[in-house]
Design a protein around this ligand. Structure first.
Ligand code: UD1
Ligand code: CA
Length: 480
């Protein structure tokens, strides 16, 4: 199904159908990895997922064709939820060969954008710019280019003349002469083609090069010779072209993505100290006047409210944090929720399904899982609270443990409003502590405690007066 898409290029109003082909079949030899290159991550997501997301700003998934090959099934599985189509390139014989595999798929479209699945910084705006330029110039092929301070490794753009947008050829780094290697304008690996000339000439690609591969880049020369127009347009941000071919390049891309996210948050009123040490995923939201200290990670669908402070060394994933919350150093939390004005940490571990109520406090070495701690309640030290429903104004003493697991099943602990649990208590679930009850320190509680009562579940203290002196005397006797 061809997608009718109206170009926003000035002076261009006719409708044109557009497909996107993403080349993602390569092995990524330079990464020295067992995993396919396009599934390596930058900015918290596989490279390919970024490229698909950028393409989806221009066309829907049903007009996107991802060419897969190396570890095809793993790649397919990783991104199938995006609704894109897949084409298998069984043997990876080069970028030209990858696009050849998509011949039948794109035959019904007017234009096709070809993207590299290993270059994740490409933006939706740039794809649109490439398309608009291509359509306006009525080109057979339009190459998105960048001028990089260090162009080593990339294909170089040989323009007809310095000022002309027309291109004579793309020369791969390894095949470039000394003079050509000095050209700093590089091929980003993103192109727009008019489908007709592309399909007419793609079979003319040869393999006479150092890799013995079919280079898509050779089409620049082939199409020019055939009388088609081949033009180049520069990306707004030259670093959109960066490809993750090596681990060092991946690290560089990741660092740039992280910094861009920090800059976006700072522009929105968030203070971030030493932003170069923080790892914040693209989807994370943070409210104004929140302060993020060094070495914090905010991951996945995490959202932090206004006026919070997230202190150093916390790793927070998929967690919703309200306003004026204080996260002290060294917390680890996943799939949880913290309401306004609560304090968590230092060194708290919130496992999935933890909900910390408004103004509540969770302190050091407290582990929680699937539990709700009510408004103003406190669990300040050395405690495990799992499968528990805890009301408002409850005090959980140091060292309290909900014994939720009998070796086979998990059971629930219910602690009603205003309960006071003395230190070092073990609460054997299923169990209920009624409203306002008191639990004496070091109790092992196995039966329901009615509201307003005191429960003691420990051995009575015995005192043997003079016992120590008698013991010392017997030792002295023995030594003689
Ligand atoms: C390519 C360009 C180079 C450009 C650079 C930009 C060619 C010959 N060279 O080089 O001019 O500067 O991108 O990043 O195109 N792929 C397949 N099937 C294959 C081979 C590759 O799907 O048979 C995919 C890869 O998975 C990758 C993309 O195509 O996602 C680019 O291939 P890669 O080998 O990384 O090309 P570069 O050497 O980076
Ligand atoms: Ca590459």
């Amino acid at each position: 199904m061809a997608n009718k898409q109206t170009s926003s290029a000035p002076g261009h109003s006719s409708e044109t159908s557009l497909a996107v082909v993403i080349m993602a079949a390569g092995k990524g030899t330079r990464l020295k990895s067992k995993h396919p290159k396009v599934l390596h991550e930058a900015g918290g997501k596989p490279l390919l997922a970024h490229v698909i997301a950028a393409a989806q700003r221009t066309v829907s998934g049903r007009d996107i064709y991802v060419v897969i090959g190396h570890e095809a099934e793993r790649v397919r599985e990783a991104v199938s939820a995006t609704g894109v189509n897949f084409i298998v390139q069984h043997e990876q014989r080069g970028t030209g060969h990858a696009v050849m595999m998509a011949r039948d798929a794109i035959a019904g479209y007017d234009q096709v954008i070809v993207l590299s699945g290993d270059a994740p910084r490409i933006s939706g705006q740039t794809i649109q710019k490439l398309l608009d330029f291509h359509v306006t110039k009525k080109a057979a092929m339009t190459i998105l280019t960048s001028v990089l301070p260090d162009p080593a490794g990339y294909g170089r753009i040989i323009r007809k003349s310095a000022k002309s947008s027309d291109v004579k050829a793309i020369v791969e780094h390894k095949a470039a002469t000394k003079a050509q290697q000095k050209v700093r304008e590089i091929n980003s690996g993103f192109y727009a083609f008019s489908v007709k000339p592309l399909l007419k000439h793609i079979s003319h690609l040869g393999t006479k090069n150092v890799h013995g591969e079919m280079y898509l880049t050779d089409l620049a020369k082939i199409l020019t010779k055939a009388g088609g127009r081949v033009v180049a347009v520069e990306a707004n941000d030259p670093y959109e072209a960066l490809g993750g071919n090596t681990r060092a390049e991946l690290a560089d891309i990741d660092r740039r993505m992280r910094m861009a996210k920090c800059e976006e948050l700072m522009a929105g009123g968030v203070t971030i100290f030493y932003p170069e040490t923080c790892v914040i995923d693209a989807g994370v939201q943070v409210g104004p006047d929140t302060v993020i200290e060094p070495f914090v990670q905010l991951l996945g669908a995490t959202s932090v409210g206004e006026n919070c402070r997230v202190r150093s060394y916390s790793v927070i994933r998929n967690t919703l944090i309200g306003d004026e919350v204080s996260i002290l150093p060294g917390c680890v939390m996943d799939d949880s929720q913290i309401h306004a004005q609560a304090t968590v940490g230092p060194y708290s571990r919130l496992r999935p399904g933890s909900e910390i109520g408004e103004g509540a406090r969770v302190g050091n070495f407290v582990e929680t899982k699937k539990m709700r701690l009510g408004k103003g309640s406190k669990a300040n030290h050395l405690t495990y609270l799992g499968d528990a429903e805890i009301g408002d104004g409850v005090n959980i003493g140091a060292g309290t443990i909900t014994c939720n697991y009998d070796g086979v099943h998990k059971h629930k602990t219910v602690i009603e409003d205003g309960v006071f649990v003395g230190s070092d208590s073990t609460l054997v679930a299923p169990i209920k502590l009624g409203k306002g009850a008191y639990i004496a320190a070091a109790s092992c509680i196995t039966n329901e405690v009615p509201a307003g009562s005191l429960a003691l579940g420990r051995a009575r203290q015995i005192v043997k007066e003079g016992w120590a002196r008698a013991k010392q005397a017997s030792h002295a006797e023995f030594k003689k």
